[in-house]
Write a protein that binds this ligand. Structure first.
Ligand code: NI
Length: 213
């Protein structure tokens, strides 16, 4: 969750089915929900939270249509496009992954997102493997904070995520997408050690922890 100017923006709220999350969907307050792809561990509780809060879902056009067809307000966009929302701007970026809903509906292309709030640029890569156009993303949008998966198996593992940091040159990195399930168990401290050697700060955020930036 990003909080800025009284607005709360959730990204991929997977809570009720998440064995490690102490927070459940009914407690969550949000104004906007950014969804990177349709997998159940990302789309998660989007519909419930959006309905409870009259929140606006922001996603690629296929996921936005899936939501609006289920009684939720949604703003559809697509890769390469940006849009100014009341909290700041969102630009969808490519991700190399899948995006099919558990019921077989298409979620279109998976995405990442560049989110610019209060002049700070946050890059959330979504679930993805490493790709060299991360260099282009960073060249055109100097990144303050990068959120990168490190859990391996479904996404980049530690070694590839370290290379992503080299491509992205962010001021700070927050690792994500690890330890939720056994198959993505990995050691974020190992990632931190490797990235800090490159002179980039890493913040490991545990459940309930926050970072002011
Ligand atoms: Ni996924």
């Amino acid at each position: 969750m990003i909080e800025t100017r009284g607005q709360r923006i959730l990204i991929d709220p997977f809570l009720d089915g998440n064995p490690t999350s102490p927070v459940k969907s009914k407690e969550v307050k949000a104004n906007f929900i950014i969804v990177t792809h349709a997998h159940c561990d990302h789309f998660g509780d989007t519909l419930t939270i959006a309905k409870n809060n009259h929140a606006l879902v922001i996603s690629d056009d296929e996921i936005a249509s899936y939501c609006s067809g289920r009684g939720v307000q949604a703003h559809g966009m697509h890769i390469g496009g940006s849009y100014q929302f009341p909290f700041g701007s969102v630009k969808l970026t490519p991700a190399f992954h899948g995006s099919t809903f558990p019921d077989g509906s298409s979620g279109g292309m998976p995405t990442g997102a560049l989110i610019i709030v209060e002049g700070k640029t946050i890059y959330h890569s979504g679930d993805t493997g490493l790709f060299s156009d991360m260099k282009l993303i960073a060249e055109m949008n100097p990144i303050d904070i990068a959120l990168l998966p490190i859990g391996d198996n479904f996404t980049m593992g530690i070694i590839d995520a370290v290379k992503a940091v080299e491509f992205l040159k962010p001021k700070k990195v927050i690792p994500m997408h690890y330890m939720t399930f056994d198959v993505i168990n990995t050691d974020p401290a190992d990632f931190k050690k490797r990235v800090q050697k490159m002179g980039v700060d890493v913040q490991i955020l545990n459940y309930g922890e926050s970072l002011e930036f």
